[in-house]
Design a protein around this ligand. Sequence first.
Ligand code: C5P
Length: 200
Amino acid sequence: MRFTVAIDGPAAAGKGTIGRALAARFGFAHLDTGLLYRAVGVRGGDPVATARALMPDDLARDDLRTLEAGQAASRVAAIPEVRAALVDFQRRFARAEGGAVLDGRDIGTVICPQAEVKLYVTASPEVRAHRRWLEVGGDAARVLAEVIERDARDMGRADAPLKAAPDAVVLDTSVLPVDEAVARAVAVVEAALRRGASGA
Ligand code: C5P
């Protein structure tokens, strides 16, 4: 079976939590596509050459989750040749046998516009910054400023800007507790699987 769940949204909205829960529940593979851009950002050097030569080991580094890595990722992610170098890997992952969940910024709009399920997971900048601050600590005002700066860069870039696909189901985790957001996402996937099974 080929079945793709595309999850997009800004940093710390809960995409990863929902993506991992869906993957576990339905036995799908899960790819956090932000790691690809983080790995390119932290490797340094020419980002286009780095993106073209990215290896699985690069995604296993333990310094990819820092604020700095997030900022570096969002800078290299604005370069069209970097994005182009990462498209095939993501599309192959999305259509591999057994089903896949990908989370990122452009999965439902650019990488997999034909995904069977599209979710757009969002939350207010304050709620997202607070979550990030609980993970990374440090100066809370700086964490909020970084979230706002990264949103602006990701939403404002010319190539594959962050936005909801017109047919995405929106889940706002500032108002929905995480377990409820997961339950809604599960219901959306179940409905799409039923439609697929009945050939509708
Ligand atoms: O999701 P995460 O915070 O790890 O993403 C880091 C950065 O990588 C984002 O701010 C964004 O600029 C970039 N990114 C992207 N497209 C994706 C995933 C991440 O541009 N599909």
